[in-house]
Design a protein around this ligand. Sequence first.
Ligand code: MLT
Length: 264
Amino acid sequence: MNVSCDDAVRLHVEERGVGIPVLLVHGFPHDHTLWAPQLGTPDGIARLIAPDLRGFGRSAWEGTEATMDRYADDLACVLEALAVPSAVVCGLSMGGYVALALWRRHPERVSALVLADTRAGADDDAARAKREELIHVARDEGAAAVAERMIEGMVGKSTRDRAPQISADVRTMLERQPVPAIVAALGAMRDRPDSRPTLATITVPTLIVVGEEDALTPPSEAQAMHAAIAGSRLEILAGAGHVSNVERPAAFNALLREFLAGLP
Ligand code: MLT
């Protein structure tokens, strides 16, 4: 289905299954197909809701600038449109940045959190400079050049060696994202606030998942979030890198299922 949150945007949303609403928030530069291994195996207890963030995938957008708050407000708008009062919000990487913004801005919409392969801190000066560089690459050379620079960090070494097709599929997803969405998201990530103070405010059940070989948001980041979120659970997936839900789908799905089954 499509959801219009303002005149400039029409968000594409995939839905599967029935049960506890789970909002799946993709990272950068992804679209809802990041969640294909979850959407493809409905587990009987979850209603999976996977939007394309503004400008990505099949979401049409005429704007040029984005913020984490804007993405989060879009997600609140999607839940409103679907008549879902609150959902388990599962965000991977940039999706995790958005999930934390959603918690800050619309806590009543968040019944639980899954923070996958993400971090709470803001960009430091070096990271901001890299965002600028990648903005130039996107504008001058296009999405395929961005994909070329990102693919090695995106998929763990074990997966690249064991299942090159997974790497190829992820690369295809990166390559097809529109340049305006890529540029806007890079600016949004560069300027995002430090979410570390937010962690202590989290009062909903929280599962933190990270691939052991995640080079972009390494396990140390997940451990720091785990230490700061009271009662959170941390799971480190061996043999997986940054897109752990794609690289170890059965293990990821089992963790998600167990987490959902244990919710009050
Ligand atoms: C992502 O996968 O969403 C990005 O790599 C996150 C980031 O660059 O900070």
